[in-house]
Design a protein around this ligand. Structure first.
Ligand code: BTN
Length: 270
């Protein structure tokens, strides 16, 4: 269902959530860019930046992210990792994907999967992308911004020739009408809930339960480095991907400039 979003409607519907401020834009360059500025100015945890349209929405690995007004969601939450969490920043990148999976399950009773680190897939097609970025002020971490882009309605799915990866939208997998405002508030609630559990085993267990290609042969490739192959066995306490190598050793790979592909090379591309 295409519902008009506004600062007032979001604030009213999210009144039970600890969101200190809502910055709503009909159009902005990138909600992540704006949130990074706010994080550098001491914005509080769970400050929300949301826009109907982004003129320079960004995705992982320098790619663009297109947001179609009225049919998708594009927003960023500011998070403020505490002392023990700073050594586990990789986990913040996983948070958004898991929150979207859980919201889809609540709304549509279907199991979405996360393609590590945080693309959300429905039947192997991408329905949401997450970009977590840290705001450093010298040695000090001022915050992490968690940007979430979700294709909700059919109009939000870009044409196939504009895609590197097959895409879908939540509504295509849901027998009930998906209301944008309700879906937004539910994702925000999930992020806020999960954020509190980020260092607990239960967080990683739940993430792993949604992890795509577990037990399958996958290939990781970086822009500059050679690719590595192994059987995907999970993620570690820093959010790094664990692969069982041919040697029998388990190795971990950091979130970074990596592409994950399933064994069938062209089934999944990043
Ligand atoms: C990806 O799949 O490559 C990540 C896409 C992340 C898109 C979201 S939309 C809201 C936030 N603002 C941005 O500029 N990017 C993120």
């Amino acid at each position: 269902m295409s519902v008009k979003l506004s600062k007032e409607s979001i604030q009213k519907t999210a009144k039970d959530l600890p969101i200190p401020q809502v910055h709503f834009f009909e159009e902005i360059d990138s909600t992540n860019e704006y949130a990074l500025k706010l994080a550098g100015e001491q914005a509080e945890e769970f400050t929300l930046v949301i826009a109907e349209r982004q003129t320079a929405g960004r995705g992982r690995q320098g790619r663009r992210w297109v947001t179609t007004p009225g049919t998708s969601l594009a927003f960023t939450l500011i998070l403020k990792p505490g002392e023990p969490e700073v050594d586990h920043l990789g986990l913040f990148s996983l948070l958004g994907g898991l929150a979207v999976c859980q919201t889809i399950h609540k709304f549509c009773a279907v199991d979405a999967q996360v393609k590590w680190p945080n693309d959300v897939l429905l039947e192997n097609k991408k329905t949401a992308g997450i970009l977590a970025e840290a705001c450093w002020q010298g040695e000090r971490l001022a915050g992490v911004v968690l940007g979430i882009g979700i294709n909700l309605m059919p109009g939000s799915v870009p044409p196939p020739d504009a895609l590197l990866f097959p895409a879908t939208c939540v509504q295509a997998h849901c027998s009930r009408d998906v209301n944008r405002l309700d879906f937004l508030i539910a994702v925000l609630g999930e992020v806020i809930h999960l954020r509190r559990t980020i260092l607990e085993n239960a967080f990683l267990e739940e993430y792993t339960r949604h992890l795509a290609f577990i037990g399958e042969q996958v290939r990781l490739s970086g822009r500059s480095s050679e690719s590595v192959s192994g059987v995907l066995s999970g993620v570690d306490g820093n959010g790094q991907l664990l692969l069982q190598m041919e040697t029998g050793e388990q190795e971990s790979f950091p979130i970074g400039d990596l592409h994950l592909r399933s064994g069938e090379d062209n089934k999944i591309t990043d």
